[in-house]
Design a protein around this ligand. Structure first.
Ligand code: MN
Length: 228
């Protein structure tokens, strides 16, 4: 079968210690997964109802690359998040089997046009233009479970221009990684190549052109880049 034209190659991420890259299928995100961030946004956490949204796979920006300041906003926010990469997919994945689907972990920024999100919330409209824009998903090199296991008590942090903006222990997540995979798989068929942004702690704030960001997941993963 021939196609009318060729699509761009899929987005991909480097893998520590391997020459092969991780092809990105979908990017799922969970909102309000740290109580302190939900509180700073004036929202309550609902244990019965996780908040999910998606970004397009080609929103990925790799470590070290510049991030262009997006159009149509004057309030671009950083949200530092642990990123989970799936090696196996499926539907209705049980919590106790969920971690067996994980390929590895990294750290990323869920970049958000906060002004558009506030307007969308106010109007009861979807979040896509606030969350799913071009270059909205910088992600570090991925670190395979075979090398690092499953991080449990580990610090997630973000510095901008050398100043600490966000810091938490990932054990403060409302929905654990296993619970998040379980909940997502009730709503979508998960697949190898899927990434999951696992939510951000308090301290979200604005980025400006010229800012340098440095996000870390303990000693495991590092993401650096500049806003241009
Ligand atoms: Mn987020």
């Amino acid at each position: 079968m021939s196609h009318l034209f060729a699509l761009p190659a899929p987005s991909s991420l480097p893998i520590a210690g391997r020459s092969a890259r991780f092809p990105v299928h979908r990017i799922y995100c969970i909102g309000r997964n740290y109580v302190d961030h939900a509180r700073e946004m004036g929202m309550a956490v609902n244990r019965a109802q996780p908040v999910f949204f998606l970004k397009p796979a080609d929103a990925v920006v790799t470590d070290g690359a510049d991030v262009p300041y997006p159009p149509a906003t004057t309030d671009l926010h950083h949200e530092v998040e642990m990123v989970v990469a799936l090696a196996k997919g499926g539907r209705d994945i049980a919590v106790e089997h969920a971690l067996g689907h994980v390929f590895g972990y990294g750290v990323g920024l869920d970049l958000t046009r906060r002004d558009l999100q506030a307007a969308a919330k106010q109007a009861g409209m979807p979040w896509d233009s606030a969350k799913a824009f071009d270059h909205s998903a910088p992600v570090s090199t991925l670190h395979p479970v075979t090398a690092i296991g499953h991080p449990a008590h580990i610090e997630l942090s973000l510095e901008v221009n050398g100043v600490l903006r966000q810091r938490t222990d990932i054990d403060a997540m409302v929905f654990s990684v296993a619970e998040t995979i379980h909940e997502l798989s009730r709503l979508w068929t998960l697949a190898p190549g899927d990434l999951i942004f696992t939510g951000t702690p308090a301290g979200v704030a604005a980025l400006q052109p010229g800012d340098h960001f440095r996000a870390t997941l303990g000693a495991i993963a590092l993401l650096e880049g500049s806003m241009i």
